[in-house]
Design a protein around this ligand. Structure first.
Ligand code: ADP
Length: 307
């Protein structure tokens, strides 16, 4: 159903009372090692909901890479196109999470930097036979563009992280261009996006950059959607209310993985329904610790979107 081209990292997560300022040292309360990387995260979020998924990625030819492959395979993800690279470590992310659920993240690409057009050519059949193609910008953008060019189904680009040079095709190729409020602000030269009016204006700018349709996620405000066919209409889908936020890391990945799952299952329903379901899955994620461990299983899949 869903094919993901993207990164696989190991997350080293420390929990701290407050995020350290530059030069400051803070004592962490505990530490966890988890599998992460936006590509693998979003793939796993879709797989846990029940999608048939495949990942095109690179990991190190090391114990971490071996463990990652075993883990993805156990979760039912097709790993035929997850290649182990000699002389490169598996990508890693250092994540700090504060008591109030804020986070900051440092990434070392490692094997992820070896993603190339050859990997896409090798996976061509699998890509073309999928219903939904999902990409982020943590791996080589030219390889991503190759995949988008040969794909005919519903494609999503999650433009995270924002690149210094964004090729115009990255806006215009995918069916859906999806970013959070920070990325939307960066891409449209705004200081910040706070209100729905700001989000609407940013969505128009992204459509003007060539996007066919845009989703901007807005944390506790949910998400907005706009299609180039009707720039007058900025659809707001409110978030599912959450009383106690535990850990926001992975919220965006849960949202996008869930979006891909529901698009693959119900391609012809209005986007509003897909976004509603994605908000609900993301709301579950922020009430649980960690990134991948916070993604819900099939019980949270909205298999009744037709109601
Ligand atoms: P990211 O994780 O990339 O920063 P957002 O903060 O926009 O992305 O969150 C992604 C999605 O997670 C939102 O669209 C929403 O569905 C959900 N979400 C995030 N924060 C909250 C919150 N406080 N209450 C309810 N849902 C939330």
């Amino acid at each position: 159903d869903v094919i993901v081209i993207g990164s696989a990292n190991v997350d080293y997560i420390t929990y701290v009372p407050n995020l350290p300022r530059p030069g400051e040292t803070v004592a962490g309360t505990h530490f966890e090692t988890c599998f992460g990387g936006k590509g693998a995260n979003q793939c796993l979020a879709a797989a846990k909901l029940g999608a048939k998924t495949a990942l095109v990625a690179k990991v190190g030819q090391d114990a971490t890479g071996d463990d990652y492959l075993t883990y993805l395979d156990k979760n039912g993800i097709i790993v035929e196109h997850v290649e182990q690279i000699k002389d490169q470590p598996t990508g890693l992310a250092q994540i700090a999470v504060s008591d109030d659920g804020e986070n900051n993240i440092i990434i070392v690409a490692g094997a992820n930097a070896c993603m190339d057009g050859k990997a896409i050519t090798r996976a061509k059949k699998l890509i073309q036979n999928s219903k939904v193609l999902l990409c982020q910008l943590e791996t080589n953008v030219n390889a991503t563009l190759c995949a988008l060019r040969l794909f005919k189904g519903i494609s999503i680009v999650n433009a995270a992280p924002v690149l210094k040079e964004m090729p115009p095709e990255i806006f215009s190729s995918p069916s859906i261009f999806c970013v959070n409020e920070v990325e939307a602000a960066q891409l449209t030269d705004r200081d910040e996006i706070k209100t729905l009016q700001d989000a609407r204006a940013a969505a128009i700018d992204l459509i003007d950059k060539g996007a066919n349709s845009v989703i901007i996620t807005l944390g506790a405000q949910g998400a907005v959607y706009m299609s180039k066919d009707n720039k007058e209409r900025c659809l707001h889908v409110p978030a599912e209310p959450v009383d106690h936020v535990v850990d926001t890391s992975g919220a965006g990945d849960a949202f996008i993985g869930a979006l891909a799952y529901h698009l693959a299952r119900f391609p012809n329903l209005p986007r509003e329904r897909h976004i509603y379901a994605a908000n609900s899955v993301a709301a579950h994620s922020i009430q649980h610790r960690g990134t991948q461990p916070s993604f819900p299983g099939e019980e949270k899949a909205h298999n009744n979107l037709c109601m």
